[in-house]
Write a protein that binds this ligand. Structure first.
Ligand SMILES: [Cu+2]
Length: 212
């Protein structure tokens, strides 16, 4: 994270802070994920509370097929919320789930530019999505009941908004380590937690302290 980013973050957290029904001040939980010293884009990051009940806001999403890729190629959604698959390429694409490691088995058919199809994932876990026509195309839909979830950007950073204070299990999943979901416990103070620096290592994830 840049110096500017570090300075701006507390102000943003304060502006977005809201009162929950319990009166606790929520805030942003943000940071970055690295694989060794390298920023790790496309990592699914989600937070589950360990000492309170937090209602889940349905979170769906959209995956485009553009320039022969699924974009984004990793998406985090809640169960039972539709995911739209678009085709923006001037050729036919297909969308299907091969059922790898317990993922959904489905086939949305083959369709042209401008068309879209929808699939609603019900099962928690990672669902692999492929295209029959272009075997190199792959996307991963991470379905979780966690109330807060996102995917790291190209610089490895992530932001989760409106998180109440408390203890959480923070989970990280990445296509390159697709067999494991790595978890770490974090305590979020009132007003949020910024500058987390999480490093994936063999055997798990380690918090390398704070950036700020
Ligand atoms: Cu395709």
């Amino acid at each position: 994270m840049t110096r500017r980013g570090v300075r701006v973050a507390p102000l943003v957290a304060t502006l977005l802070a809201v009162q929950t029904e319990l009166g606790a001040q929520t805030g942003i939980v943000s940071g970055r994920v690295g694989n060794g010293g390298t920023p790790l884009p496309r990592a699914a990051v989600y937070l589950e509370p360990l000492d309170q009940e937090i209602p889940i806001q349905p979170m769906g999403g959209e995956i485009d097929q553009s320039h022969l890729r699924f974009r984004p190629s990793v998406l985090v959604v809640t169960p039972g919320t539709p995911v739209r698959f678009l085709n923006s390429d001037p050729l036919m694409h297909n969308v299907f789930g091969p059922g790898i490691r317990g993922g959904d088995v489905f086939d949305l058919g083959t369709y042209p530019m401008g068309a879209l199809a929808t699939w609603t994932f019900q099962k928690e876990g990672v669902h692999v999505v492929l295209c029959h026509i272009h075997p190199e195309m792959v996307a991963y839909v991470v379905v979780t009941r966690a109330p807060f979830g996102t995917v790291t950007g190209s610089d490895g950073t992530f932001t989760l908004e409106a998180v109440p204070p408390g203890r959480y299990r923070l989970s990280i999943w990445h296509p390159r380590r697709s067999r494991d979901t790595m978890t770490i416990e974090v305590t979020v103070p009132e007003g949020g937690l910024s500058g987390l620096f999480l490093v994936l290592e063999d055997g798990g994830v380690r918090q390398r302290g704070r950036d700020s």
